[in-house]
Design a protein around this ligand. Sequence first.
Ligand SMILES: CC(C)(COP(=O)(O)OP(=O)(O)OC[C@H]1O[C@@H](n2cnc3c(N)ncnc32)[C@H](O)[C@@H]1OP(=O)(O)O)[C@@H](O)C(=O)NCCC(=O)NCCS
Length: 168
Amino acid sequence: MSERPSADHEVTVRRAVQEDDAALLAIEKISWDASSGFPSYQDNLTDTFFARSGPEAHLVAEYDGEVVGYLRLQNKYPFPEGAGVLTINGLATAPTARRLGVGSALLDAATAEGRLRGARKISLHVHSTNAAARRLYERHGYIVEGTHPNEFLIEGDLIAALDMAKML
Ligand SMILES: CC(C)(COP(=O)(O)OP(=O)(O)OC[C@H]1O[C@@H](n2cnc3c(N)ncnc32)[C@H](O)[C@@H]1OP(=O)(O)O)[C@@H](O)C(=O)NCCC(=O)NCCS
């Protein structure tokens, strides 16, 4: 996969279903590295993608009918004062399907879903080292709300965590 989406190559986004488990687990196992995720999490992946949260928390992207990415969208807070703030707790595109607009399509779908739910804001955390994701979020209107220096020690390097958010 090296071409841009066109009339012949389409990215579509839909809600996840239980049957996506194996495809999403495969994506999860190969999509993250030390610049984007936590190696300890990768080491402890179970054999079920939906162990962490069920299909209802996920949007799934398909490219030419093949599952190539996901976005996990959840309420940030469990109490009513924080209702209306959603959080992206995971976003990944399979390495073979990157730079084809999959991440963008998932973020557009998350915005639409947030508006549908009457949310006012979508927030997320991103590693300071994750240039690809930071650029993607910026292009979708997310701004840095906070920086946490020296937040994580990953493979010998102290990195910052950034809070980013977009108002809906
Ligand atoms: C970040 C990630 C989700 C992007 O997914 P993607 O499907 O490749 O993104 P898109 O094709 O929609 O890219 C849209 C825009 O984002 C930016 N972008 C994406 N990847 C980039 C990269 N490697 N370098 C610079 N900018 C990048 C570009 O502006 C791009 O537009 P362009 O291709 O016209 O230049 C993907 O690289 C990934 O899964 N990374 C590992 C997991 C991860 O980091 N998740 C986010 C955790 S917070």
